[in-house]
Ligand binder design. Structure first.
Ligand code: HEC
Length: 158
């Protein structure tokens, strides 16, 4: 074990250089009282399949300021609250079970490998069920083309 410990430390620090650990990103309590920016329905056929659902995008006060100014202070946070969608009577789409609460937290120095954003997601909206275990690399792959908009899909203040 004495010989293994320094090796593990070395491995851990190598991993940290690739992407920060985002397991300490807290569940965004109270996000349903934040600014609701917009909602989207990703219908059957949307890719990737995992993103199919009815989703609401929320911004906390700092994130809303960032949408106005173009500069996001550390702590600025966005949430995507995604549900299954259900076709209801009389041609209505309604929210079914919650699929995920996905979070982006601004930390310019903390998350250099993922555009200055920390990515985490909570399966089923359960604060104990962390979905992101790769430091947000897979999340960032999809957000990276939006470098001109701070790696966000969401634009404008609405
Ligand atoms: C396949 C592409 C893709 C992947 C992978 C992806 N996202 Fe997104 N993300 C989107 C799209 C598209 C939107 C815009 C959603 C809308 O407008 O309803 C978005 C929006 C967001 C937002 C709201 C802020 C913004 O950029 O508009 C957050 C928060 C977010 N995603 C978190 C995550 C997290 C956490 C992960 C990884 C678990 C992730 N995303 C992975 C495509 C992706």
């Amino acid at each position: 074990m004495k010989r293994i410990a320094p090796l593990l430390v070395a491995l851990a620090s190598t991993a940290a250089a690739v992407a920060a650990d985002t397991s300490d990103i807290a569940f965004p309590d109270g996000y349903r009282n934040w600014f609701h920016h917009h909602s989207t329905v990703n219908m059957t056929g949307h890719a990737p399949e995992g993103n199919i659902g009815l989703q609401h995008v929320y911004a906390n006060a700092a994130a809303r300021d960032g949408l106005r100014t173009g500069t996001f202070a550390d702590g600025a946070t966005f949430v995507v609250d995604r549900f299954k969608y259900v076709e209801d009577a009389n041609h209505s789409l309604t929210a079914g079970d919650r699929k995920v609460v996905a979070v982006m937290v601004r930390g310019a120095a903390r998350y250099p490998e993922t555009g200055g954003w920390g990515f985490q997601a909570f399966k089923g909206g359960n604060p104990a069920q962390l979905a992101v275990k790769d430091g947000g690399a897979a999340c960032f792959a999809c957000h990276a083309p939006h470098a001109d908009n701070n790696f966000l899909f969401t634009r404008g203040t609405n």
